[in-house]
Design a protein around this ligand. Sequence first.
Ligand code: CU
Length: 166
Amino acid sequence: MINKKFGLILAAGILALAACGEEEQPAANDATEVEEQESAPAEETAPEAEEEMPEEDTEKEESAEDDAEKVADEAPEAMSGAASALLANGETTSFVFNEAGEFSIFCEPHPVMKMTVLVEEGAEQMDEVAIDIADYEFVEETITVAPGTTIVWTNQDQVQHNVAIK
Ligand SMILES: [Cu+2]
């Protein structure tokens, strides 16, 4: 609110000054100057508040990143050699894919079970993506996700599977 007011006063002041530069109106000019002087204390605080605004936004973004990091903490980062525990029927596991690139996924007890995760900047799938493991297969053969996506696998089979990264 203060910023808007200040903006209006500033805009009015600039307009008045610009107008005064062209047509000499001493009376109107004096009135404008007095007005500006009266509102000076408010102006002194307003620019600071305006400058602080972006910092606050940055802090908000950082806290959003912190939240994302918390999610990432829950799901281990996808990297070569990583593997989940064996999943019983209905159990889930997840990895977060932060790095762009290609990840070959397989099931350790059944190495024929494979899928590929492509991590690409600007991919439509993001945040959290669910993939079932059913009938000895990863339901998606290849999936493209944006960096930072957490993929959650759910074992729908009665046999145990896991999710390993080559
Ligand atoms: Cu398996």
